[in-house]
Design a protein around this ligand. Structure first.
Ligand code: UD1
Ligand code: UDP
Length: 360
């Protein structure tokens, strides 16, 4: 019994690492297809090393491009592979162009599809990820939801069959790798030095922030004005745009240390020791919550509303004053007990694998 896992962007390597391990334990052969959406060593290979994954079984080599080119090219290269292998099921993860391409190929080839991280909604259709999520959910046979909210979102769109609230596989990953990350000796030189050791960890990569010079200038202004030093592991899109808009001077003047993207373990280590996190990422908002780190999210909405409702995450506009004030004010909310942890028990992947093993 073999299944195909389709991955391509860095958050998907994290999810597929824990799911792959659980599938194998459940006696399911899992073959990994890498679309090539992310391809730099520090956006791709480092995750396979850090997460103890073997190299992908198939590499499609699609690379960067417009939404249509990236999605279409992935479909064109995946379809013949799928026809040759005839997997018992295909698994797609999250909400990237690789996710949607995998979902459409499976649906049209009549291969049953499992969506890992189903049911998330920001209710903002101007985000490409929201389109990818909605379409993928609607062609999936198994919808593996991280939270109760996700289950409700699917029910709101008429989807109740094949829906399983298994928990969050990224929480499984955090538990699995937390010790390893903490034990890692070298800090790779990324930890900022400050008198009391406090620093802000920031990641910005959304197109609407990184590709808009006014928003990007305001975000850098906000990070510069807060009272902590800032380390900014920069996604290639962000680095490119900071150069294009000539904003490097603002980084230096504001005490912001821009570094290359870091691997999963180094990121976990930075998250565990930071005072506040500033991000527009989906996964990083959640990891902040898992590590008990207050988060400031530079977005008008989030697909992880629980982090906001429970007081760990605050949404802010791309406004320098608003960002700096939110960062300086960020603090852990009062503890609300175990019930206030909506992301499962760290066994989401094995629950999911058990369901597939029974039903395939
Ligand atoms: C993609 C996903 C986004 C996810 C993010 C995770 C879509 C629509 N977007 O956004 O949901 O949050 O991945 O990080 O699928 N680049 C490189 N080297 C790489 C990869 C990218 O230089 O290894 C540069 C290229 O200039 C590329 C740009 O980054 O055009 C954007 O990459 P792309 O994969 O298209 O989108 P992301 O912003 O990474
Ligand atoms: N991440 C990482 N190094 C970085 C930035 C992010 O290892 O420099 C990890 C992060 O810890 C999380 C995942 O990448 O596990 C999230 O990816 P990203 O923010 O790119 O995508 P999103 O979750 O927004 O789709």
């Amino acid at each position: 019994m073999s299944v195909l896992s389709i991955v391509g962007a860095r958050p998907q390597f994290v999810k597929a690492a824990v799911v792959g391990r659980a599938l194998e334990r459940a006696g399911i052969e899992n073959m990994v297809v890498h679309s090539g959406q992310h391809y730099d060593d520090n956006m791709s290979d480092v995750f396979f090393r850090d997460l103890d994954m073997r190299a992908p079984d198939y590499e499609l080599g699609v690379g960067s491009g417009s939404h249509a080119r990236q999605t279409g090219e992935t479909m064109m290269r995946l379809e013949p592979l799928c026809a040759r292998i005839r997997p018992a099921a295909m698994l797609v993860y999250g909400d990237t162009n690789t996710t949607l391409a995998g979902a459409l190929v499976a649906a049209k080839a009549g291969v049953r599809l499992a969506h890992v991280e189903a049911g998330l909604r920001s209710f903002d259709r101007s985000m490409p990820e929201e389109i990818n999520r909605v379409l993928t959910d609607h062609v999936s046979r198994w919808l593996f939801c991280p939270t109760e909210t996700a289950v409700r979102n699917l029910a709101g769109e008429g989807m109740t069959q094949g829906v399983h609230q298994v928990g969050d596989v990224m929480y499984d990953a955090v538990l699995w790798f937390r010790r390893k990350a903490g034990e890692r000796g070298s800090d790779g030189g990324t930890t900022p030095v400050s008198p009391n050791g406090a620093y802000v960890l920031a990641t910005i990569h959304r197109d609407f922030n990184a590709d808009d010079p006014d928003r990007l200038r305001a975000i850098i202004g906000g990070l510069s004005a807060c009272r902590y030093p800032v380390v900014l592991p920069a996604h290639p899109r962000l680095r490119k745009q900071i150069g294009a808009f000539r904003l490097e001077g603002g980084l230096a003047a504001g005490g912001i240390r821009m570094v290359e993207p870091v691997g999963y373990l180094e990121m976990a280590r930075l998250e565990m020791r930071a005072a506040v996190l500033v991000t527009d990422s989906g996964g990083v908002q959640k990891e902040a919550f898992f590590h008990g780190l207050p988060c400031v999210t530079v977005r008008p909405n989030t697909e992880w509303p629980e982090t906001v409702e429970l007081g760990w995450n605050r949404l802010v506009g791309a406004d320098a004053q608003e960002i700096a004030t939110a960062v300086d004010a960020a603090a852990a909310p009062p503890v609300c007990g175990e019930l206030a942890f909506p992301f499962g028990d760290g066994r989401a992947a094995s629950r999911l694998a058990g369901i597939l093993a029974r039903e395939l």
